[in-house]
Design a protein around this ligand. Structure first.
Ligand code: AMP
Length: 187
């Protein structure tokens, strides 16, 4: 059972690391970016709404995202195995809503893993990733949005004594190992 949030700038490797831990320890990996991209692909109402924000590197409105997470966290696999949240929360309002939901479900967070990667490395990584929302202009906006709206969560979780920082540059296996150590998992 693990209940963890992965925090960090776009391109820090949250998705890669979350996926690895999720598979190895059989914990549900909940990526709001993946959920939104699937909705865009299917052409649902949610997808149409989300696309208009994602195309600009803006955040999808809090109430929409919080609704998605509320529904996902209520499912039985999460109750049994925990969760790895990747890309949520991204604003203070989302973090507060998450606290409230987890309180109601009696599922406290174990840890917030903050993957720290410098700006230059991030731009380099995102430009080489080739995703549709990875053009230079959108990347610059996503970094600005990250700094303004998401970075304050570092202090938020630090004050709650939940934050554990991992330097996200270097060998992928070694970074996974560091995360496992911080989560008290056996490698
Ligand atoms: P990601 O794959 O996590 O980088 O997310 C891709 C895009 O989806 C972001 O740039 C946002 O437009 C949107 N998105 C993903 N997660 C959230 C969230 N928690 N709150 C608002 N928008 C989000």
């Amino acid at each position: 059972m693990i209940r963890v949030v992965f925090l960090g700038p776009p391109g820090a490797g949250k998705g890669t690391q979350a996926q690895r831990i999720a598979e190895k320890y059989n914990v549900p990996h909940i990526s709001t970016g993946d959920i939104l991209r699937a909705a865009v692909k299917e052409g649902t109402e949610l997808g149409k709404l989300a696309k208009s924000y994602m195309d600009k590197g803006e955040l999808v409105p809090d109430d929409v995202i919080i609704g998605i997470i509320r529904e996902r966290l209520s499912q039985s696999d999460v109750k049994e195995r925990g969760f790895i949240l990747d890309g949520f929360p991204r604003t203070l309002a989302q973090a507060e809503a998450l606290d409230k939901m987890l309180g109601e479900l009696s599922m406290p967070l174990d840890r917030v893993i903050y993957l720290n990667v410098g700006d230059e490395e991030i731009v380099k990584r995102l430009l080489s990733r080739g995703r549709v929302d990875d053009t230079e202009e959108i990347i610059r906006n996503r970094l600005k949005v990250y700094r303004e709206q998401t970075a304050p969560l570092i202090d938020y979780y630090s004050e709650k004594c939940l934050l554990a920082e991992v330097y996200g540059v270097g060998d992928i296996d070694e970074i996974t190992k560091k995360i496992e150590d911080l989560l008290g998992l056996e490698g």
